[in-house]
Design a protein around this ligand. Sequence first.
Ligand code: C5P
Length: 334
Amino acid sequence: MTVAVRSFAKINLGLYIGAARADGFHDLRTVYQTIALHDVIRVGIERNPGRGSGIEILCTNKDPRVPLDASNTCYRIAERVMTELGVRGRVSIAIEKRLPVQGGLGAASSNAVATMVAMEIALKKKLSGVARLRIAAEVGSDLPLFLVGGTSLGVGRGEEVYPLVDLPTIPMVVVTPEVGVSTPRAFADWDAIAKRGQRLTEPPASDRLFEVGCALSAWLTDSNKGGYPNTGASAKGGSRGEKLLLDLVRTGIGNDFERVVFPEYPELRDIKGALERAGAKYASLSGSGSTLYGLFRSPADAARAASRLLKQGLKAVATSTLTRQQYWKRILDC
Ligand code: C5P
């Protein structure tokens, strides 16, 4: 039996980098949001011991940037899932790659979580919720968010995730430039500017993360203007989504990676500008990039912007964010 699972992408709504830790990681704060763009993962498991054991990775559309060896996140999670469940067998994992590699959309992390979900179905065995999160965090900081889906808060090195009240579905445009950005390199560049003292005028990293936590919380509870917490009711004279977008812009929540990635790849700053000129209410780099996204008031606005950006030669696609419910409903719907 082969089990097919959609492996959705994520964006970061704000990302703040704290101090480098003794383990080489950085503390951070971010709001993760799953979106409708996806890869497809197909998993088959042969439990006949006569056929041996092992893990085989295949990329159906032969994207040369997808590793097919033990370094692949799908391979790494498959190994752990087999051990945790105490089963032996041959696992074949086929990746249909549609999302950009090294794009800041969490594709490799999402592929791994989709593999875990598919393996549990194929084996008719369940891991505990805690085991899933632990295994996911062992493979990478950006995996656990895909076990939550929808809107979630990421703390620690990003692996500690908490579900937030879902934002409504927001129309968006995603632009995927040709370049790939290395996340470890982007963190190292961040350390380099911190060391050079370019941020001496800023508060210490821990105070800054606290400030950011307050800004995020205020935005999501809608209490920053002395109003009542966000109860999901429509705002007067506009949709709740539209109001949240305006508030997001007002809070000034942004992505720290832009400060190191834009000087290195100036064309990415230009794409953010192009998204804003095309009508995005909020535009940002996702993760360490290279993907940029823009959030729009309506699907029609997003579609118009995407075709305008396509005419400018950019790889732009109109899509939308996915609530937690939509995420879990659609994950097996392929
Ligand atoms: O956890 P993940 O495998 O995605 O991390 C890849 C690399 O990115 C780490 O080895 C580390 O260099 C860097 N990283 C970091 N701080 C984080 C997450 C990742 O420095 N919070």
